[in-house]
Ligand binder design. Structure first.
Ligand code: SAH
Length: 284
């Protein structure tokens, strides 16, 4: 951890040339709770940010406590800078992004993190860019916000706009990371369920024969008694077509429909038998 006053020029920060966040600085202005600072550090690590500046923290930046909460953050904590004023912490930054739960200033540009992130990342090409977060109880003052070139607001429930400092920070870091991913063309992870084995999609003919048995089965259950089965069958068709069934699934559904059909027929025959039996009994 270093008490290093910035020299005022937009000096490159340490970091590999291919690190997209090498010129992105996270600034925490007068944080009150060291746990929140540690959780911000954890979020920074998760999203790949490395430069932290803390202005007048209420609690001393104790590396032992910080790394105890944010495991594996020794390097980041060691490199973190403590400053006496926001002015000093921002002195080598060419672009300053403020964050606030309340859109109090009308004259500045307010955006949501996802909307602003691509441009913020692009601006790191021209110098150090700071993203500033305020203290837990009061946030950033109007004077602090005036130092910012643009402001971010995370949309929330309007009756409860103030996020926990580390939660707000994580949302912003996440959006910055997404912007880098999109710029680098990192393919989105395919989250669709992977078929364990490739079964061919059902043909129109197979689906038609399923619909036929399905209709017979429901008819036998009395679902269409007295009404046109057309509209209900149109809905079933659309459900099954949307499901993009494969051959095996169509066979399973068809077999189930047959079971229903046969069960309903047997049950009907049994009931008829019982009634006829009763009638025969009465005759005796
Ligand atoms: N009571 C303060 C909130 C402080 S929360 C206020 O009303 O401003 C601590 C910090 O988390 C804020 O200064 C800001 O940096 C960030 N933050 C919290 N909620 C936010 C939100 N909805 N949008 C953007 N930043 C937010």
């Amino acid at each position: 951890m270093s008490d290093s006053p910035a020299d005022g020029s937009s000096r490159p920060l340490p970091g590999a040339a291919d690190d997209p966040f090498r010129r992105l600085v996270v600034v925490l202005h007068e944080p009150q709770d060291l746990v929140n600072v540690a959780l911000v550090i954890r979020g920074m690590m998760n999203m790949g940010l490395r430069h932290l500046r803390v202005v007048n923290p209420d609690e001393e930046m104790d590396p032992y406590r910080l790394t105890g909460i944010a495991h594996g953050s020794d390097e980041l904590v060691e490199a973190a800078e403590v400053h006496d004023s926001l002015e000093e912490a921002l002195s080598d930054c060419t672009h300053v992004v403020g964050t606030s739960a309340r859109r109090r200033s009308v004259k500045q540009q307010w955006r949501e993190p996802g909307e602003a992130a691509p441009e913020i990342v692009a601006r790191t090409g021209g110098g150090n860019v700071a993203v500033v977060f305020g203290r837990e109880d009061k946030g950033l003052s109007n004077d602090d916000l005036d130092r910012c070139h643009e402001l971010l607001n995370i949309p929330t429930n309007p009756e409860k706009t103030s996020l926990n400092l580390s939660h707000a920070a994580l949302i912003v870091f996440y959006e910055l990371r997404q912007a880098v991913r999109e710029e680098q063309g990192v393919p989105e992870r395919d989250l669709s369920p992977k078929p364990t084995h490739q079964v061919p999609r059902a043909t129109a003919e197979q689906l038609e024969s399923l619909f036929e048995v399905w209709e017979d089965a429901l008819d036998e259950l009395g679902m269409f008694s007295g009404i046109d089965p057309g509209p209900k069958m149109t809905s079933f068709r659309s459900i099954f077509q949307r499901a993009e069934l494969d051959e095996r699934e169509v066979r399973l559904l068809k077999a189930s429909a047959y079971e229903i059909l046969h069960y309903a027929r047997r049950e009907r025959a049994r009931l008829r038998g019982e009634i006829e039996g009763d009638d025969a009994g009465e005759e005796e």
